[in-house]
Design a protein around this ligand. Structure first.
Ligand SMILES: [Zn+2]
Length: 219
């Protein structure tokens, strides 16, 4: 068999993030293993483009990275995009609890995490240690979780400000795999604002539907 790389470091990198051509009929043992993995990511090269396949204990994400490849390739389709919560929908009461926490912190910004236990399948909340909180600035620590626990949602408030992802938020989220949510205008009579995105492998993706139970509208 021809090696993918003759340098051990390069070979390790290519093995950690593999890249597989898609056979004409669409499946291969290597792609099936990547899709079934508990955690990891890699690329599928189809005639319809390059697909990022990313797995976490709580997330199954297949997202196209490129448009269809215009050159003729004797490959199959990389498949349909998906973004599925392996952990299931988050019980809505957790969002309610976080909002209560945010209201109590006004006029300051605040933050809360929805975490999920892979072994027990239980969701829980984690309120981080806050280093600094003002109406326009929040410095908090990403939780260090016990084994089996995963951050699913990182939610912070912008107090009475608009809900949007700031340059600081972009920098904070660049390396994470999580659903990021910003809540704004908490004190407005018209109701609060919410912005959400799925952060994965340096991508910021639209959240196709609310991750919370009992909420059919997109967040
Ligand atoms: Zn922010």
């Amino acid at each position: 068999m021809t090696l993918l790389a003759d340098d051990p470091t390069a070979a390790a990198v290519l093995s950690a993030v593999p890249c597989y051509p898609v056979p004409p009929h669409g499946r291969s043992p290597a792609l099936d293993a990547l899709r079934a993995a508990r955690t990891g990511h890699g690329l599928a090269i189809g005639n319809d483009g390059v697909m990022l396949i990313l797995r976490r204990a709580w997330l199954a994400l297949d997202v196209p990275l490129t448009p269809p490849i215009s050159a003729y390739l004797p490959y199959g389709s990389a498949g349909e995009p998906r973004a599925d919560l392996r952990c299931g929908l988050i019980p809505r009461e957790h969002l309610v609890s976080i909002l209560e926490h945010f209201y109590a912190a006004l006029p300051n910004e605040a933050a809360g995490f929805v975490v999920w236990n892979e072994a027990t399948k239980a969701f829980s909340l984690h309120f981080p240690a806050i280093d600094e909180a003002t109406p326009s600035r929040l410095v908090y620590r990403t939780p260090v979780l016990a084994p089996d626990w995963h951050v699913v949602c990182d939610i912070h408030s912008h107090g009475s400000g608009r809900a949007f992802f700031s340059a600081t938020d972009d920098a904070d989220d660049a390396d994470a795999t999580k659903i990021a949510i910003v809540i704004g205008r908490l004190d407005h009579a018209d109701g609060l604002e919410m912005a959400s995105r799925l952060c994965a492998n340096g991508l910021f993706l639209a959240v196709p539907r609310s991750p919370f139970s009992g909420d059919d509208d997109a967040a």
